[in-house]
Design a protein. Structure first.
Length: 293
């Protein structure tokens, strides 16, 4: 039979667990909404250093009828393709080849096996709506005929928005081939959900070549990204590991506090360890959340 004293201890422990859980959630929200954006910015800076694009003043435009680029070889997975620029929503992001979680956390990703940018066919690019730089946060603000510019080391490509629509997350028809040059941008909608996809379809209107000694294909051959934490594999194991370590550290901290109430050094030491564990736990959790978050 549980005594009143024991019942009170259980209630006390449960209360502390709930308070601690609430604090963890409260701390995780700014981490997810702001720090992941910082990580994505770092990845974008790496992209711009790997694939320096010439300024507009160095571009020599070739006039004439629309001639799409010839079919291109499949890019190396994880390589940078060029920059995506949309004036309407003040967007300028480097595009990466691939749509795995590690890819999309570095920037908008081009779907493998869809048409290459600027060629005839359906080129599909996906991006996060929230967190990880939220590149497609305001994609729903685009209007028909808004210009979309893609700049690569060898060409300037312009699309114009044709339509926007919402489809179910399971609807893969947006990946279907097209006989004409089309850019299809995909993101989650509404924000913070993964139920549906917002689709913006644009038509290819111009492709102009760039002539500059600094932009030779050999110099700008896309390079695979270095292995780093941004591309870690999707795994729940680190979440369980750091969660267990956090629980162990919390219990140890409470025991030390009971035995050494006046020793500030014990508090500083345990709080530092707990802080490091929480930080790594947040990183682990961020990598197992659905891609729409």
């Amino acid at each position: 039979m549980i005594t009143a004293e024991r019942a009170w201890k259980i209630v006390h422990v449960v209360g502390w667990v709930l308070v601690a859980s609430g604090l963890l959630v409260a701390l995780f929200i700014p981490y997810q909404l702001f720090y992941t954006n910082h990580l994505q910015t770092l990845a974008q800076n790496v992209a711009r250093s790997q694939l320096p694009l010439p300024p507009a003043t160095d571009v020599k435009v070739t006039s004439g009828p629309l001639v799409p680029l010839a079919p291109q070889p499949e890019p190396v997975a994880g390589s940078w393709l060029g920059s995506l620029n949309i004036a309407r929503i003040h967007l300028s992001q480097m595009i990466i080849e691939g749509v795995d979680e590690g890819d999309l956390r570095q920037g908008p990703g081009h779907y493998p096996d869809t048409a290459q940018l600027g060629t005839s066919g359906n080129a599909v690019v996906a991006g996060h709506r929230t967190t990880w730089g939220e590149p497609f946060r305001y994609l729903d603000h685009l209007l028909v005929n808004d210009p979309i510019e893609i700049l690569t080391p060898t060409s300037r490509i312009e699309y114009r928005v044709v339509r926007t629509l919402t489809v179910a997350a399971t609807d893969l028809s947006v990946l279907n081939p097209s006989e004409t040059g089309v850019l299809t941008m995909v993101t989650c909608t509404p924000p913070y959900t993964t139920t549906n996809r917002l689709i913006v379809v644009s038509r290819l209107v111009s492709v102009t070549g760039i002539s500059s000694p600094a932009t030779s294909p050999e110099h700008h051959q896309p390079q695979p990204l270095p292995v780093n934490t941004l591309g870690r594999a999707h795994s729940r194991t680190p979440v369980v590991l750091y969660g267990a370590l956090l629980l162990l550290a919390a219990v140890t901290s409470l025991r030390l506090h009971s035995a050494h109430r006046r020793r500030v050094i014990y508090w500083l030491l345990t709080l530092s360890i707990i802080g490091i564990i929480i930080w790594n736990l947040f990183e682990a959790v961020a990598y197992v959340l659905p891609a729409g978050y």
